[in-house]
Design a binder for this molecule. Structure first.
Ligand code: AHR
Length: 325
């Protein structure tokens, strides 16, 4: 482990010389365990909170953290993982932007004997030995919770037929796939619902705006009864467009979103969003606890899901527990 600390110091110097990366710190130099962390980007408040959670948890555990942000590019994540292998970190943690295309680089990590923890998102592979553990949400369950809310709401308002527009996250990412699958599995057989469109907003607020504009151009303001959006950032973008057009989100159109960032929970309290399915970004403590166990030679569980719930207009929203991150 000492060697990893020396290597970390060299890595940091090289990064500084190349004009990128974080400055080395006394804590990093002293660290006996070094974690290579490839974050996928900074596309949402969720992601920023997740990065902070990882940094804080690593600091508190006394681990050195070599973090690289891939700015939404899979090639950059692959390069980062290769650099972590070259520098012989103790554990690699990464949040895969999409599910496919990781087998080669993860085989390289396996050959180098470096355990890999998937944090937040999963990969699709025939060889489960390519990663040691996954820590992150049960996205399928989140999708189901969104669908269950819609059924409950439709019952409560005695809805006839409802046209649903889905704004999805990044294509081929785990939250996109599983939030869609879980939602559809719950509503599919209910004749009251038709999904009229499903368009990708890449988890970005700006694209949420673009999606809303495209949807209202295609279907008109009365052609959509429900917006199911895969994250708060896109939902908030769509809300901006609805409000600019004098529409009343939450009343004329039911809005269901996922994450639970403060701005979205506030919009729920104001009646502009109907349901927020929680997805916690605070995965750092669980991820670092896995690192600790692995480096101590202990067995770790293959899958760890955080506890999550739902806030909606069926709840007492003045409750102090109803707050965003
Ligand atoms: O993978 C988690 C998702 O990624 C969050 O729901 C979204 O906000 C983020 O960008």
């Amino acid at each position: 482990m000492k060697r990893a600390a020396v290597i970390l110091a060299v890595f940091m110097v090289l990064l500084l010389l190349s004009g990128c990366g974080k400055p080395n710190t006394a804590e990093n130099e002293k660290a006996s365990v070094v974690v290579g962390f490839s974050q996928l980007g900074a596309e949402s408040s969720w992601r920023i909170a997740n990065t902070e959670s990882m940094e804080k948890a690593a600091r508190e555990a006394g681990f050195g953290l070599m973090m690289e942000n891939a700015n939404q590019k899979q090639e950059k994540q692959i390069d980062a993982i290769r650099s972590f292998i070259a520098y012989r970190v103790d554990v690699i943690v990464f949040s895969p932007i999409v599910e496919n295309g990781w087998d080669n680089v993860l085989n390289e990590a396996k050959k180098a004997g470096i355990p890999v923890i998937l944090m937040d998102r999963m990969i699709e592979t025939k060889d489960e030995s390519l990663y040691t553990a996954y820590v992150g949400a049960d996205f399928y369950e989140e999708g189901r919770r969104a669908g269950e809310y819609l059924i409950r709401k439709a019952d409560a308002i005695h809805a006839g037929h409802l046209n649903i527009a889905e704004i999805t996250g990044t294509v081929d990412s785990t939250p996109m796939r599983d939030r869609q699958r879980g939602f559809m599995d719950v509503i599919r057989t209910d004749p009251r619902f038709t999904v009229v469109d499903s368009i990708c907003g890449d988890f970005l607020r700006s694209k949420g705006e673009e999606c809303a504009i495209a949807l209202f151009e295609k279907f008109g303001p009365d052609g959509i009864d429900v917006i199911y959006s895969h994250n708060d950032a896109m939902t908030l973008g769509a809300l901006d467009i609805m409000e600019q057009r004098g529409m009343r989100p939450g009343e004329e159109i039911l809005v269901i979103t996922v994450d639970g960032e403060k701005e979205a929970v506030d919009a729920l309290k104001e009646g502009k969003i109907n349901c927020v399915v929680q997805c916690t970004p605070d995965l750092g403590p669980a991820a670092m606890s896995l690192v600790k166990d692995l480096t101590a030679g202990s067995e770790v569980p293959k899958t760890t899901h955080p506890e999550e719930g739902v806030f909606s207009d069926f709840d007492d929203l003045s409750n102090p527990g109803v707050e965003g991150f």
